[in-house]
Write a new protein. Structure first.
Length: 659
């Protein structure tokens, strides 16, 4: 055969194959690249569509059989079917279930009040619900949009870009967010001729029922964009999840119907009889039909079957049903594939053949949802956060941002383990001087899962050495009156100014004084006062309060007897002390907490003289409360050589376990 004849034969063969391929799509709809049909009034009459200036035209339209945009009416029909709607609802709920958490970064300023106001206004705008509806609409129709309603921005102003600036968005101007389904919008202006520009095939303006709105005023959500040449056919949206699921759902429904039909007629029953006369045409089929009707009339379990003993025989064939559940499970699992949704989340059932806990599948699914949040919601929520700040405060604080909360919920055991690990880390940081106890309390107070959220950050507990001195306090607390208050009349002073052990005076007091003197001689002398607090700075600072404090701050040594005087209580001594006791200790402890000590000590005299006096059950010390500060007074120190000594001064809230 010549080469010329070979080429002619090959050409005919290719033509036959093309005709055969086209015949396979004869029953499928043919799609074009033209814009879809929209309700009347969406696009103003005579308006120019964004696609009119595109050089693509209907290039390649002949290649689309059975694929293409199926139209909003068809998508609205699918939205009523559970298999399609369940995916949209599940994804939307998961993406907004834990939602977002606002936080402050980058500086030391306290932005907690601003964050609280932002959270409140986000709730007032119903932002979470608006975005949940928008995500659901995007899954059902391929695109959704949220319109920003701003006071004074209407009419022709909607055509202009929205500049996020205090001069264009005034304080108190944000009114609402509005969801808009895609069939009510159409692109009005888009760059369809220069692919080198970043806005190529991205509409700058939209028609919303005949009104032109700039894209800056809309949050447009498209999670599955289509190629540029298909965008006009999809109304510049993306392919919907419903359309992606159509072949999977159709196979599932066909499988369900087939299994249902098979179960309904899985058993075939019959009667073997002589067919010779009928096949030869020698007998009327009336008798055969009557025999069949008789059999069908009595074929249930409670009927009576009659057979000709010589010429008839009953038989029955049953179709095996053992693998039908596996077929259904496979079809069901494939239906969930396009949305990446585990069946336990989508339908509430554990798929056959998978791990019963589905933990691995759910972990992967949460990663998928996290990526959708970042890709689809991060940009519009960031923009909305700035607009809300302009609405509330008239300015934008770039240090306020947000994070998407984790979807996975930890068990109580996991949370306890994490808190224990964090506690060990904090202890290591504290021991190495990396952070202070106030910083740790601040972190605990801000963490809702810490078990200590909401505590007073400044109410830092003191170590025991603030209030307890080994061997320095009496075993028995000083006498009190019936109201548990200090009663000085029960503790007369001796000639040296020291309080005696109690009583009402007279012989009992004399005997007690003698016993004390004998005990002193037996033990030689009381313990000496340490050298660093021995220096007596004079009587001119008696009851001077703040002047006495300033004197010790200057000298940084010694002590002042009766530096403070409280009516009904008496004199209170003040010592410079050391790292463990006295004014030096107080300054050291407050400095470790990052507190300005000069400012902190400025009202020490006011706290002592005007505060509420109580007696501690646990230590026997006196506690004076005033303006969220507490001064601790020890009734004696160093074997009664110093009386009523100020031992601690700190920020505390008053408690009730006192006498």
């Amino acid at each position: 055969m010549s080469k010329k004849k070979d080429k002619k034969a090959q050409k005919k063969q290719r033509k036959r194959l093309l005709i055969r391929a086209q015949s396979q799509y004869a029953d499928l709809p043919e799609y074009t690249l033209n814009p879809p049909d929209l309700p009347q009034g969406v696009v103003p009459q005579g308006a120019t569509m964004a696609m009119d200036s595109s050089p693509i035209g209907n290039f390649g339209a002949d290649f689309f059989w059975g694929t293409g945009f199926i139209g909003y009416p068809k998508l609205a029909e699918l939205a009523q079917i559970d298999e399609y709607r369940a995916v949209a609802e599940t994804t939307a709920k998961e993406m907004t279930r834990e939602w977002i958490e606002f936080k402050s970064i980058g500086d030391d300023a306290d932005n907690s009040q601003q964050i609280k106001e932002i959270e409140t206004y986000f709730g007032k705008l119903n932002v979470r619900q608006i975005f949940r509806q928008a995500i659901e609409t995007e899954h059902l129709f391929g695109r959704s949009q949220i319109l920003l309603k701003i006071k004074g921005h209407d009419g022709e102003k909607l055509k202009n870009p929205l500049v996020i600036d205090p001069r264009t968005i005034e304080q108190g101007s944000l009114k609402a967010l509005v969801n808009i389904e895609p069939m009510w919008t159409s692109p009005a202006l888009a760059n369809t001729h220069d692919p080198t520009e970043p806005d190529f095939y991205k509409p700058k303006q939209w028609y919303i029922m005949g009104q032109t709105v700039h894209d800056d005023r809309l949050f447009t959500l498209v999670s599955r964009p289509v190629p540029d040449m298909l965008k006009p056919a999809y109304n510049f949206g993306g392919v919907s999840m419903s359309q992606l699921m159509m072949p999977y759902v159709n196979r599932w429904l066909r499988t369900v119907n087939s299994v249902s039909d098979l179960v309904n007629s899985f058993s075939l029953s019959g009667i073997k009889t002589s067919m010779q006369d009928i096949l030869s045409g020698g007998c009327d089929d009336v008798n055969l039909q009557a025999r069949a009707d008789l059999y069908n009339q009595y074929r249930d379990n409670r009927g009576l079957m009659l057979l000709d003993k010589e010429e008839e025989e009953f038989f029955q064939f049953n179709t095996p049903l053992s693998t039908l559940d596996a077929l259904l499970a496979q079809a069901q699992e494939q239906m969930a594939a396009p949305s990446h949704t585990p069946l336990v989340k989508l339908l509430g059932i554990t798929p056959s053949g998978l791990n019963a806990s589905s933990e691995g599948e759910i972990a992967v699914y949460y990663d998928w949802i996290k990526s959708l949040q970042e890709n689809l919601l991060r940009e519009p929520l960031t923009k909305l956060l700035k607009i809300v700040q302009l609405h509330l405060f008239g300015e934008i604080n770039d240090n306020i941002t947000f994070e998407f909360k984790p979807l996975a919920q930890m068990s109580e055991l996991d949370q306890t383990t994490i808190r224990k690990t964090e506690c060990d880390i904090d202890v290591a940081y504290l021991q190495n001087g990396v952070i202070s106890d106030v910083e740790v309390r601040t972190k605990l107070a801000a963490n809702a899962q810490s078990g200590f959220n909401g505590i007073d950050v400044d109410d830092v507990p003191e170590n025991n050495d603030d209030t307890t001195f080994s061997g320095s306090l009496n075993d028995e607390p000083p006498a009190q009156d019936s109201d548990n208050n200090w009663d000085e009349s029960q503790h007369p002073r001796d000639e040296n100014g020291q309080f005696q052990s109690g009583g009402t005076g007279g012989q009992g007091n004399h005997e007690t004084a003698q016993q004390t003197e004998q005990s002193d001689h037996a033990e030689n002398k009381p313990p000496p006062i340490p050298a660093d607090i021995q220096g007596f700075l004079g009587t001119e600072y008696h009851a001077k309060g703040q002047e006495a404090v300033n004197k010790l701050l200057t000298e940084q040594n010694g002590h002042i007897k009766g530096a403070f005087h409280r009516e009904g209580f008496g004199d209170i001594d003040l010592i410079w002390g050391n790292d463990d006791v006295g004014l030096k200790h107080i300054i050291k402890r407050r400095a470790e907490q990052g507190i300005d000590t000069d400012d902190f000590l400025s009202d020490l005299n006011e706290v002592i003289t005007k505060g509420n006096l109580e007696r501690s059950e646990s230590t026997g010390n006196f506690e004076i409360w005033h303006n969220k500060k507490m001064a601790i007074i020890a009734p004696e120190f160093k074997g009664n050589r110093l009386m009523f000594l100020l031992t601690a001064f700190k920020s505390r809230k008053q408690t009730t376990n006192k006498k």
